[in-house]
Design a protein around this ligand. Structure first.
Ligand code: FAD
Length: 486
């Protein structure tokens, strides 16, 4: 039985079932089968197939999600999708991939396409959310230094720090989103080619980008909702609807916590290779992985240091390498006692999840820098570099124990100060940048997210347009009688 299958409850006639294949008593592991679930002529269920709707959901209720239960359903041999494994009528099995686990992994790697698309959807949703909250924040005024002159909430450092990190992550990640899509487009047709080593690296990249970006969207939308005060709670603000609709992004197409373990396993493998003395692993994205003791040489005490692309880059490589060492050392210290399975699972809360996220964030940074290096040194590039500075500061200040002992209190305080200055310096350009991203009225939909800033006028006209918002209620007499009864 399987829940949540898109299109199952009402629409689909066929589905693809991932199931273990046993031939003559031997288990060949997971394979894919095309299975008819409804008759093509009358839409009746095929005998043995039970289907129901998954019922009301938190969001995307327009999507038809159903559960399917198979009871002794038989399919012809021909329904096996046999690019990987072929089975003859007499039961001879031939597979192009000998190793069962590898076969499992490669067959599921086709799911990467959905993850790349989710990264894109997430980025566009993040930009829409950013337009709504930033345009609100520019118009909404509260308090101020001078009498009768109130400041826009976007001017407050505390406010900026609540929403800017999510918006910055969204903007700088657009390059990584495009690059990972290019990787997928260039390589998906060779996904079963075991000699193509890019597939392994691509899988690790996609397996952490999807969690990083969907978590950023979810946490960001939550903060945007409260950053718009009471108006953020209005259905018309659109943010509440977005929270409901996009919440599932962290769950489907690879549940984030489970998916990111794929990146962790890839990184551990690269670390083990280094430890075993292999000098080159051939993966550009893991060139920082080292089993040698790590040294940190920079002193983060002035803006000149923070303006250096190399320093920003080495901060991210250092913490990614450090987290991986912490995770690996933990596994090594525990494996003898608790075995592989438990040692690995413990490592997910002992540096490995961080190592995987830091790997993805380094990838995001590198993709942005690679793109910016092709651009002229103009105001746009300066703005993007400021965003990247803030991106790195945020990553360092939220790295918790991984950087403990390497970054002093003085440096932390400098980074906090730099963050205040940079947030303040970018606020208008951040707002302006959205005007060039096609975030027009019909895209944003929310009355608070329009370029013209007439958010109160637009909100009022929404309310005016709704029957029932004005006039006395139908039950007014009951209230009156209740009040006047003895
Ligand atoms: C709206 C919607 C649409 C969907 N559409 C489809 C679809 O079209 N086709 C389809 O096939 N599927 C679809 N899904 C299913 C979706 O992919 C799964 O819900 C998702 O993969 C999570 O699996 P699960 O629900 O069994 O969660 P569970 O496996 O029960 O996970 C529960 C929790 O346990 C945690 N967990 C599980 N294993 C581990 C571990 N090893 N270590 C640490 N934590 C762990 C997870 O992180 C998770 O938070 C859809 C789901 C939803 C909600």
């Amino acid at each position: 039985m399987k829940f949540w299958i898109g299109g199952a409850a009402q629409s689909a006639n066929m589905c693809i079932v991932a199931a273990n294949m046993t031939v003559k008593g031997k288990d060949y592991g997971l394979h894919l089968f095309v299975v008819e679930i409804r008759d093509n002529t009358n839409h009746d269920l095929i005998p043995g197939v039970i289907i129901g709707d998954c019922g009301l959901k938190q969001g995307i209720n327009g999507v038809d999600n159903g559960f399917i239960y198979f009871r002794a359903v038989r399919v012809p041999l021909d329904s096996l999708l046999d690019k990987v494994t072929q089975v003859s009528a007499s039961g001879e099995v031939h597979s192009i991939i000998e190793n069962k686990n590898k076969r499992f992994a490669l067959q599921l790697s086709a799911l990467s396409e959905g993850r790349v698309k989710i990264a894109f959807t997430t980025l566009t949703a993040g930009l829409k959310g950013a337009a709504i909250v930033l345009r609100y924040a520019a118009v909404r005024r509260q308090f101020g230094k001078e009498k009768y002159v109130e400041s826009s909430v976007i001017d407050y450092p505390g406010y900026q720090q609540r929403i800017f990190p999510y918006i910055i992550m969204t903007i700088v990640s657009c390059f990584a989103g495009m690059e990972s899509n290019r990787l997928w487009q260039d390589n998906y047709h060779q996904i079963l080619d075991q000699k193509n080593r890019t597939i392994e690296e691509m899988h690790a990249i996609i397996s952490c980008l999807k969690p990083i970006l969907t978590w950023n969207l979810l946490n960001g939308l939550n903060e945007f909702r409260t950053a718009m005060g009471g108006l953020g709670y209005s259905k018309h603000a659109v943010i509440p609807q977005m929270i409901d609709d996009y919440h599932v992004m962290v769950t489907w197409e690879g549940e984030n916590h489970v998916l990111i373990q794929q990146t962790g396993k890839f990184l551990l493998k690269q670390y083990f290779k280094k430890l075993s003395g292999e000098t080159t692993n051939g993966f550009a994205s893991t060139d920082y992985v080292t089993a040698e003791p790590l040294k940190w040489n920079h002193k983060l005490t002035n803006m000149a240091v923070l303006s250096s692309e190399d320093v920003l880059h080495s901060l991210l490589t250092f913490r990614a390498a450090k987290a991986l060492q912490v995770a690996f050392n933990h596994i090594q210290s525990r494996v003898g006692e608790v075995g592989d399975f438990d040692a690995f699972n413990e490592s997910t809360v002992f540096g490995l999840t961080e190592a995987s996220i830091y790997y993805g964030e380094l990838y995001i940074f590198r993709c942005s820098i690679a793109e910016l290096s092709k651009r002229p040194n103009d105001e746009n590039k300066k703005f993007m570099m400021q965003l990247l500075q803030l991106f790195v500061i945020e990553r360092v200040l939220t790295s918790g124990t991984i950087l403990m002992g390497y970054i002093s209190e003085e440096e932390v305080n400098f980074l906090r100060k730099a963050r205040i200055e940079l947030n303040n310096a970018i606020r208008f350009n951040l707002l302006k940048s959205l005007d060039y991203l096609f975030l027009e009225e019909h895209v944003v939909v929310s009355p608070f997210g329009n370029k013209d800033g007439d958010m109160y006028g637009r909100f009022i006209s929404k309310l005016l347009g709704e029957q029932g918002n004005f006039g006395k209620p139908a039950f007014w007499r009951e209230i009156w009688e209740l009040k006047n009864s003895n």
